[in-house]
Write a protein that binds this ligand. Sequence first.
Ligand SMILES: [Zn+2]
Ligand SMILES: [Zn+2]
Length: 369
Amino acid sequence: MKGLVYTGDKAELVDGLDVRAPGPTEVKVQIVAAGLCHSDLSVIDGTIPWPAPAVLGHEGAGIVAEVGEAVTNVKPGDHVVLHTLAYCGTCRYCITGKPYYCRSSMGNRTQPFTLNGEPAWNFAAASFFTEYSVVEGKQCVKIPDDVPLESAALVGCGVLTGAGAVWNRAKLERGQTAVVFGVGGVGLNAIQAARIAGASRVIAVDTIPEKELWAREFGASDFVLAGPGVDTVAAVRGLLPFSDDAVTGPFEAGGADWVFDCVGAPATIRQGVDMLDWGGTVVIVGVPAPTAEFTARVTHMTHVERGVIGCRAGSHRPHHDVALIIDMYRRGVFKLDELVTAKYPIEEWQTAVHDLHEGKLARGVLTLS
Ligand SMILES: [Zn+2]
Ligand SMILES: [Zn+2]
């Protein structure tokens, strides 16, 4: 079968892949659509170190083809959203509702594939840029047949990551203010989740002017165009002043309750810290290089309880959050179709990568069949 493979220094569309049969707890899924996420590109450019050859893609949806004898949650023919959290289900984190802390959900690299007869790695316990993949049964969430798989494909990474950062990690309260850095496949979901949660202001920040339209469509109340010569912190603080008379109050009061950094760069994290109100928190959502560091003024944080926290893929509980998002989508509350800017047959993956780099995509979806 065909698939997009990381070869060690680049990605290549190959036609010599095979995948083994599912084990007792596993499911073989026919992949119909898979979103192109920045993390796939980060493997290709070395930001995320990964062994080669590996089958890329980690945000997908498809149709169950075959199930292991111990799998009870799905059956052949079911439409499913796939997610990357291959948690164990029995450890103290799993049974207390924090599967994203499950030790077996991180870095579990296996070789379910062969490429021209030689073992090939999966990526992020997923690998959806190919015709069939094998995942744990727990990684499949059944969805109604009427949900387009091209839209559902985005839920497993970009949607959960953005929306979960707001709902699960921040637990944003009605009336609070939010700033979202990066208006892409993750940031747009942070924006719409903040709107749904009742944020009083949602300020989107991006370097591409055309993104203002998307940001506002998804619920942003304001847009700040960042770039050379622009003081982003001052621009945001101007929108969230301390009082009618003063932009900034004691100990830099005024500013945002929450900043969701979907860029994940040291510069945006620092800007996020500098624009926080008392008690405000930066949630780091985007993934930088493993060696990235940032600095911040400590007393700016200690004296009035500002903070910085990380968030792993939206701190999600897949069988709760995927089902919730799909239900909200079917009731017209949560936007998914609008996230899909373009669909590409997998043969045109290079065009999709180009368009993503150019900032033309909220999400590009590769179709397999
Ligand atoms: Zn991703
Ligand atoms: Zn576990």
